[in-house]
Ligand binder design. Structure first.
Ligand code: AP5
Ligand code: MG
Length: 215
């Protein structure tokens, strides 16, 4: 399956993607995680991305689209993938369509996670992620690690993301409404959008998502 996950910052895209990717045996591709890995490795791409991310802005398409396409072309993604955080504006959605068409494949669904803004703010405020891999995500109240400050998956140190400061979160939400939400209409015209509520326990949301995907 080829799936796009959309939803505001803090909706639980990364959290759900981990389970959905496993259930569906497809790789989880998060452009945010790819950027953070580049930043921690000190690559040129990471240096280019960091100032935009810290400001809550989108990284320019010239950088993002190439990086996402490179990842989608890797061997593990030939038969499907779960995109998290890409596309994030209409021009990225158009570029994705062109790339898929060139491979003669199509998206199966766009899963839209709906969460009220006050809940998103609570989720982001308590989020802690792992220094080794930003896909290892915890929450101080909702998903506590077994040992405080330590990643359950790999033992890495947990910390608060640089862009999870209140002011930056406000900017990210604004960017989501103005630049990312329009892709939902773009995909609705293609009949691909399934919207679910992302409220409730993580496993309840996963079950809702699997049902919405017909699995
Ligand atoms: P990115 O990393 O994609 O951030 P985002 O979209 O803001 O989304 P988040 O990762 O903040 O939230 P999430 O929905 O994954 O929630 P999570 O599962 O962690 O992008 C970061 C930046 O990179 C962007 O601002 C931009 O600069 C750049 N970028 C990335 N892609 C780009 C692109 N395509 N183009 C241009 N720039 C790009 O959950 C949040 C918290 O809630 C966690 O603590 C979790 O434990 C908790 N939680 C999850 N589910 C539940 C639940 N059901 N109940 C209670 N708590 C829950
Ligand atoms: Mg995420």
């Amino acid at each position: 399956m080829r799936i796009v996950l959309v939803g505001p910052p803090g909706a639980g895209k990364g959290t759900q993607a981990a389970f959905l990717a496993q259930n569906l045996s497809i790789p989880h591709i998060s452009t945010g995680d790819l950027f953070r890995a580049n930043i921690s490795q000190g690559t040129d791409l990471g240096k280019q991305a960091k100032s935009y991310m810290d400001a809550g802005q989108l990284v320019p398409d010239e950088v993002t689209i190439g990086m996402a396409k490179d990842r989608m072309e890797q061997q593990d993604a030939v038969n499907g993938f779960l995109l998290d955080g890409f596309p994030r504006n209409v021009s990225q959605a158009e570029a994705l369509d062109v790339a898929l068409k060139a491979d003669d494949v199509k998206l199966d669904a766009v899963l839209d996670l709906e969460v009220p803004e006050d809940e998103v703010v609570k989720r982001i405020a308590g989020r802690r992620i792992c220094r080794n891999d930003s896909a290892h995500v915890f929450h101080v109240a909702y998903k506590q690690p077994k040992s405080e400050g330590v990643c359950d998956v790999c033992g890495g140190e947990l910390y608060q993301r640089d862009d999870d400061k209140e002011e930056t979160v406000r900017k990210r939400l604004e960017v989501y409404h103005t630049q990312t939400e329009p892709i939902i209409d773009y995909y609705r015209e293609q009949g691909l959008v399934v919207t679910i509520s992302a409220l409730g326990k993580v496993e309840e949301v996963t079950a809702r998502a699997m049902e919405a995907l017909g699995r």
